[in-house]
Design a protein around this ligand. Structure first.
Ligand SMILES: [Zn+2]
Length: 235
């Protein structure tokens, strides 16, 4: 397989969920018997996860070493800062429903926003590749700085009805969905979502985000409006 960003041979695996997120919520592995994390996939297959480096929470090899390390390091760092801020300001953010990037990175002059967006593009592209889709060229072109926008919008929403009575924190990875054009024989759009504790991050490619789910983020603003997410599967 080739790296979907730069086309070199893909020899590394990207995490579906960042190791730092897993450590923030569950502590450092290896996890003792009885405290192992469970991953449930769309076919309800459960896998026990013994450490945050487990192969069950990584994608197939879809990136080269350069793209998965030096190139993406600033994006990963921006995302880590973002999540750290979110998860440590729970009551405030649930209350005011917006976030100013200056509170996360005080020296922000637009780079933070772009780097954060780049992280989400990388994450979304890996998810497409894993699901057997070809990541649209505009995603890799953006990451290689050959263009300055894409049709991916990201929204952030409070998970209002997350399952109660959980014994530990929760991460949910939802299925990739989309519409297919039978005439052109190609996908028209995609949506995907990940919940990390009470924060749900929703990806919209070629699709207009639902207003209630937060303000669309495309990496060029210094603030975000946080929306409200309810899983209709949860009572
Ligand atoms: Zn690469």
């Amino acid at each position: 397989m080739k790296c979907w960003i730069c086309n070199n041979p893909a020899d590394t695996r990207e995490h579906v969920i960042k190791q730092s997120d897993i450590r923030r919520l569950f502590g450092r592995g290896p996890y003792p018997k009885g405290k192992r994390l469970k991953r449930t996939d769309q076919n309800q297959n459960k896998k026990l996860i013994q450490s945050e480096d487990s192969i069950h929470i990584k994608y197939q090899k879809s990136l080269c070493k350069e793209c998965n390390s030096a190139r993406s390091q600033p994006w990963d760092e921006a995302y880590d800062k973002f999540m750290e801020y979110f998860l440590s300001h729970e009551s405030e953010l649930k209350n005011i429903r917006k976030v100013d990037f200056k509170n996360i990175d005080q020296y922000d002059n637009g780079t933070f926003s772009k780097r954060l967006y780049s992280y989400f593009i990388k994450s979304f592209g890996c998810q497409l590749q894993e699901s057997g889709q070809i990541p649209p060229l505009e995603l890799s072109e953006f990451l290689l700085e050959k263009r300055n926008n894409t049709n991916l919008k990201v929204t952030f929403a409070i998970y209002e009805n997350m399952p109660q009575n959980l014994t530990s924190s929760m991460i949910q990875i939802r299925d990739l969905e989309g519409d297919y054009d039978n005439l052109l024989k190609m996908p028209l759009n995609f949506t995907w979502a990940v919940s990390i504790a009470w924060l749900t991050i929703i990806f919209w490619f070629n699709k207009v985000p639902a207003v209630a789910l937060g303000s669309p983020f495309v990496g060029n603003t210094g603030n975000l409006g946080i929306g409200s997410y309810k899983d209709i599967g949860n009572s």
